[in-house]
Write a protein that binds this ligand. Structure first.
Ligand code: PEP
Ligand code: MG
Length: 889
């Protein structure tokens, strides 16, 4: 029989797939002997059964009942008993944490009888009735589906009747009346009663948590975070403890290090006399955790000890929720905490220094996406008089945008291409779509552990929260700060590193990390303190990786920059970029040439220009390989637009002027060369085989540039790459021509020029016949852009705008296959070509130069596939180095 329920005492951290992150970590803390209120976890497997069949597994009810009885026996009290009742919390907990995205129901077990028992034992009648009021409200909306605002309206009406500003001023009689009104509301709206039987409350709450896996918020969050839809959530059922029982009680959230900066030392928020939800929602401003030291030194000391234990046990930043109930500390949750990019590098590097983790482990704690984030620009100014609001620097970075006051407006403006800053008093899970749409989130309430801060950090969004002097009036659509009224649409600059907001768009400058990469490490190895951690982990990545990293670059400037960024060569030099600008006229002349002589003259005019291009690049990359690709795009791309030309010719004709011979010839050529599907037409190697002399000119320019660099004392290492090969015969023909030209240049110059000759593998047929092609190739470079286009049959220029958002929405894929390699399809072709290419030609060099070469999520695949290098744009070189290092550990 399948076990669908596990007591906290049975289970542990390694079981997160089954118990969810929360359940697994509660079990782990229980095993470590920490004071965890007892409970049990219903597995993700049970949820998956529910999601696929619409019903929980038949055994579940019995298993829950058994665990509940055990819990009651151990506690010595029963759920719903009329005297000191046991109360439970029911919470979601997937394998991957999804903060606030699913449902929670607290105080399960309260009913018309047990509320009296709770009132008696807690000696706080008001507390008992308020808890019951909260249960009926939470249960009514999340489990029974009554619109939450109806409860709010009822509550406001009762507050108004009693002339009190908020519910904390309602007395016991008012609360009893509120509970009755809420129950009536549920009856009216659903035709059912609020269930009095605690076991029934529990059963329904569990099903509601299961169902919330497919709630709108949760689905949106998963799509953004690329969390698979089929994981399901576990449900933890835990004995309630109360932080709202008076001054010797309270709740808090704590981190073992600062999750924003990574600095050592415990960090967090504490809210005396409150329940955990109040801290996380940011509704009330908490005090810094350190103040607990003065309020309750014993609990504070204990908490510190537990935090030390957890951090050394998990060997990572731990994020903890705790409650103190009448001076007794309870640990309610722990998990490896989310952190900013900056904190990730700092913590990984510090923990390696402290010997908590190895250097290689430290590498696995950071990723390319975080590094990209650190390379973004920062504001040019710090401090200053133009600051209009200050708050908690909850998630660092620089963002400029128009202020908006609700999620709908944020999404509307962002869809129209505007950058926005979402401003709220505090955020709730309802604000998720707005947070995704915004550049930054700004709140007037809440600390570093508030919902806004936690979610923004997880997303890498800039966030300043708890800007208490700022008044947010969402209804009037304005904020008031520093005496200024800032209306919706006004532009502000939010500095999440400093925690300040300025009016207007503040200019940006290069980040320290970008400066570090762009200036290269000084000979003595010393770097600025702000980039010490990045430097350390980059050294580690370089030492660990097997993949080389090259750059896609076609100018000496780009080549030089790529080299400073750590590129070990050029993996793709696209020569088509050298045929633009002033040179178009030579290309035109080549295309329009009537006869060999005219064409040769046009090519001869291009030759010295190409030679100079290659000489410059080979010089910038001296000693390192430079893979130069022969011309790839269809030639008509270098001619004027057909419609423009036709209009020009027709206008001239209509005006009675004599025809312009050049325009007429150009129009005839453009018309002749027009293709319905140019991407599948006359391009790549096909051009080389049908346009006489074109590839020969390019090869000559390369060979002469090599000879020139050799004579100048350099070490040029040019490689010649043929694009869009489908069949080995194409490559054989081009290879013969290339060899002939290189030999001729060697004879003419007296310099022994030798260039490896290889091909791109960017068509499915090439991948599938890689064994034959490898016999004519010294290297393969996977052109995963075209390979994705032709494998999926997706036009790379059209489909992303046309329907990818619908495909992402409907879960056809979780990321664009043009961004992140499709391992199953395109990846399989790559693996086939690697295996068959290497089998036919041992020592064949293999690389990738499509966009995927610099995509953090794809580099690991190329490592696994056994490539020798990845090649990407210069700015992505550091990211690829880091990811290649991570892939190797
Ligand atoms: C490719 O197709 O992956 C490639 C690198 O070539 P291009 O993008 O120039 O077609
Ligand atoms: Mg291509």
């Amino acid at each position: 029989m399948t076990d669908y329920v596990y007591d906290f005492a049975h289970g542990g951290r390694a079981m997160a797939d089954l118990l969810g992150n929360k359940g697994a970590n509660l079990a782990e803390m229980t095993r470590l002997g920490l004071p965890v209120p007892s409970g049990f976890t219903i597995t993700t497997e049970a949820c998956r059964v529910f999601l696929s069949t619409g019903r929980p597994p038949p055994e579940l009810e019995r298993q829950v009942a058994d665990h509940l009885s055990a819990l009651e026996r151990a506690a010595g009290k029963r759920l719903g008993q009329a005297d000191d009742p046991l109360l439970l919390s029911v919470r979601s907990g997937a394998r991957v944490s999804m903060p606030g995205m699913m449902e929670t129901v607290l105080d399960i077990g309260l009913n018309d009888y047990s509320v009296l028992g709770l009132a008696k034992t807690s000696e706080r009648e008001r507390f008992a009735w308020d808890s019951y009021r909260r249960l009926v409200q939470m249960f009514g909306s999340t489990v029974m589906g009554v619109d939450g605002s109806l409860f709010e309206e009822t509550l406001t009406r009762i507050e108004d009747q009693h002339h009190v500003p908020d519910d904390s001023r309602l007395d016991v009689c008012d609360l009893i009346r509120t509970v009755e009104s809420f129950k009536d509301l549920i009856g009216e709206r659903t035709g059912r009663d609020f269930p009095q039987a605690p076991a029934e409350q529990l059963r329904q709450a569990v099903l509601a948590v299961f169902a919330s896996w497919n709630g709108e918020r949760a689905r949106l969050y998963r799509r953004r975070e690329r969390i698979p839809d089929d994981l399901g959530t576990a449900v933890t059922v835990q004995t309630m403890v109360f932080g709202n029982l008076g001054r010797d009680s309270g709740s808090g959230v704590a981190f073992t290090r600062d999750p924003a900066t990574g600095r050592r030392g415990i960090y967090g928020d504490y809210l005396p006399s409150a329940q955990g939800e109040d801290v996380v929602s940011g509704v009330r401003n908490a005090v810094p955790l350190q103040e607990l030291g003065a309020l309750d030194p014993a609990s504070f000391g204990q908490l510190q000890e537990y935090m030390d234990r957890l951090e050394s046990h998990y060997r990572d930043l731990c994020d903890i929720e705790f409650t103190i109930e009448r001076g007794r500390l309870w640990m309610l949750q722990t998990r490896v905490g989310k952190r900013t990019a900056q904190a990730a590098f700092t913590i990984a590097s510090d923990m390696a220094d402290e010997g908590l983790i190895t250097n290689r482990q430290a590498l696995t704690r950071v990723n390319g996406e975080q590094l990209t984030h650190l390379m973004f620009p920062r504001f040019a100014v710090t401090g200053g008089a133009d600051v209009i609001a200050r708050g908690v620097p909850a998630s660092p970075g620089a963002a400029v945008g128009a202020v908006v006051f609700d999620s709908a407006e944020a999404v509307r403006r962002a869809d129209a291409g505007e950058k926005v800053v979402l401003v709220r008093n505090e955020t709730t899970a309802e604000d998720l779509s707005g947070m995704i749409a915004a550049q930054a989130v700004l709140t007037s309430h809440g600390g570093k552990t508030s919902h806004a801060a936690v979610v923004a950090r997880g997303m890498g969004k800039v966030c300043v929260c708890g800007a208490e002097d700022m008044i947010v009036d969402a209804r009037a659509r304005c904020l008031v700060a520093d005496g200024l009224t800032v209306g919706e649409g006004s532009v502000v600059s939010v500095d999440g590193t400093e925690g300040v907001v300025r009016l207007g768009a503040v200019p940006l400058v290069e980040s320290d990390v970008m400066h570090y990469f762009d200036s290269g490490v000084p000979a003595d190895g010393t770097v600025r303190d702000s980039v010490r951690h990045v430097h350390r982990l980059m050294l580690e990545a370089d030492a660990a990786r097997h993949l080389e990293v090259r750059a896609n670059a076609d100018t000496p400037q780009d080549a030089a920059r790529a080299r400073r960024f750590g590129a070990e060569g050029i993996g793709l030099c696209r020569t088509e970029h050298m045929f633009l600008g002033d040179r178009r006229r030579f290309v035109e002349a080549m295309i329009l040439a009537e006869g060999d002589a005219e064409r040769s003259a046009a090519l001869a005019a291009l030759l010295p220009l190409q030679r100079a291009d290659f000489t410059g690049i080979l010089e910038a990359m001296d000693g390192l390989p430079v893979t130069i690709r022969l011309l790839d795009p269809p030639l008509h791309e270098f001619l004027p637009d057909r419609t423009d030309l036709a209009v020009r010719v027709a206008r001239r004709e209509a005006s009675g002027a004599p025809p312009d011979a050049r325009d007429t010839a150009l129009l005839a050529a453009v018309t002749r060369m027009h293709e319905e599907n140019p991407m599948l037409g006359l391009r790549g190697v096909r051009l080389g085989l049908v346009v006489p002399g074109l590839f020969a000119m390019q090869v000559r320019a390369i060979a002469e540039a090599v000879a020139e660099r050799e004579r100048a004392g350099g070490t040029p290492r040019a490689e010649i790459m043929v694009p869009l090969v489908d069949a080995v015969e194409e490559l054989r023909l081009v290879r013969d021509e290339v060899e002939r030209v290189v030999e001729a240049v060697s004879t003419e110059t007296g310099v022994e020029v030798s260039c490896p000759i290889g091909t791109m593998i960017e068509l499915p047929r090439a991948a599938l016949t890689a064994g034959s092609i490898a016999q004519e190739a010294d290297f393969f470079s996977f052109g995963t852009n075209d390979l994705t286009q032709t494998t999926w049959g997706f036009s790379r220029d059209d489909v992303e705008a046309a329907f990818f958002s619908a495909y992402l929405e409907q879960g056809v894929f979780q990321a664009s296959p043009f961004e992140t390699i499709d391992r199953e399809g395109v990846g399989r072709l790559v693996r086939i070509a690697v295996a068959e290419g290497r089998a036919a030609h041992p020592g064949l060099e293999l690389g990738v130069c499509g966009e995927h070469g610099g995509d953090p999520a794809s580099v690991g695949f190329f490592h696994e596939a056994g490539l020798d290098y990845v090649s990407c744009s210069p700015f992505r070189v550091p990211v690829a180095r880091l990811e290649a290092g991570r892939a190797a550990v």
